[in-house]
Design a binder for this molecule. Structure first.
Ligand code: AMP
Ligand code: MG
Length: 267
């Protein structure tokens, strides 16, 4: 499954040729849910070791258009994980304080400590994609950012953070369907903003911006993964598979106990 979603460094993701409805070989929703439950249990055990080891961090970067399901993935994948070792940061349009600094300032401050799993719901990639599509800064500014981001992520990686970058690839039709549902459902209406109409109208522009930035920033130390996002059970299972794979490769260990404590007795 991972081979199908990984974007090799230097390659273009070819988003227009990828089917957002792909099931990645999963047979059914029921099968995927069973598999997901097992992955979530493995993730919980791995995270316990990562936290105890306290030497390395993991950073999940989740990007995707509005209604691609970023919030749902976070909920489904991390429900079993100890909140003490996890930290979710949702990046919104920058505040005036954030705008008074360089664009990576708020991002670096939110990166996971050793032993933690950091989850970015949106990220520094908004500073390329949203800024480009909404024309918030001139091209000279956003076009130099992918090179800066590659080096920033290399720094994180060199210093002990493993990056897991995921683009949730939703189709224009499914995005419209989810927006309609948000408007119709009183419990989801709060999520809809009138500006989402504009996001939908600019779907092709967003996709073109992601196509470029993913090609420019998929590196050996921080590769991208494009996850088909029209089916909720596919994306949650794919992201959990990826995280479990990466944590198993890191193979965190419980630290050794102090010498001689086995023989200690409490009266
Ligand atoms: P939501 O995730 O639905 O709460 O929306 C957050 C909004 O903030 C989205 O429209 C993002 O595009 C926007 N956003 C996040 N980061 C940035 C950024 N660095 N520059 C401009 N807009 C941003
Ligand atoms: Mg939104």
């Amino acid at each position: 499954m991972i081979d199908r979603i990984r974007i090799e460094p230097g390659k273009r993701p070819k988003l227009a040729e990828r089917d957002p409805g792909d099931t990645l070989g999963l047979e059914s929703k029921e099968q995927a849910k069973e598999h997901l439950a097992e992955l979530v249990a493995r993730l919980e055990r791995l995270q316990r070791r990562l936290f105890a080891e306290a030497r390395r961090g993991v950073l999940l970067v989740l990007q995707g258009l509005d209604a691609s399901g970023k919030d749902g993935v976070i909920r489904a994948v991390f429900e079993g994980v100890n909140p003490q070792g996890c930290h979710v940061t949702s990046f919104k349009a920058p505040t005036s304080t954030e705008l008074a600094h360089d664009y990576l300032w708020r991002v670096h401050a939110a990166c996971p400590a050793r032993g933690e799993i950091g989850i970015f719901n949106r990220s520094h990639y908004e500073d390329v994609v949203a800024v480009r599509v909404l024309e918030l800064a001139p091209k000279e500014i956003w076009s130099r950012r992918p090179a800066q981001i590659r080096e920033f992520e290399r720094l994180l990686s060199d210093e002990g953070t493993t990056l897991v970058k995921v683009f949730l690839h939703v189709s224009k039709e499914e995005q419209a369907e989810r927006f309609r549902e948000r408007i119709a459902n009183p419990e989801k209406r709060w999520k809809f903003r009138k500006a989402d109409l504009d996001v939908h109208a600019r779907y092709d522009g967003y996709l073109a911006a992601y196509e470029d930035v993913i090609a420019d920033t998929s590196t050996e130390w921080a590769p991208w993964h494009v996850v088909p996002a029209d089916r909720n059970w596919v994306k949650a299972t794919a992201v959990a598979t990826l995280l479990v794979h990466i944590l198993e490769r890191l193979d965190p260990q419980f630290p050794p106990a102090e010498a001689g404590i086995e023989s200690l007795r409490f009266e």
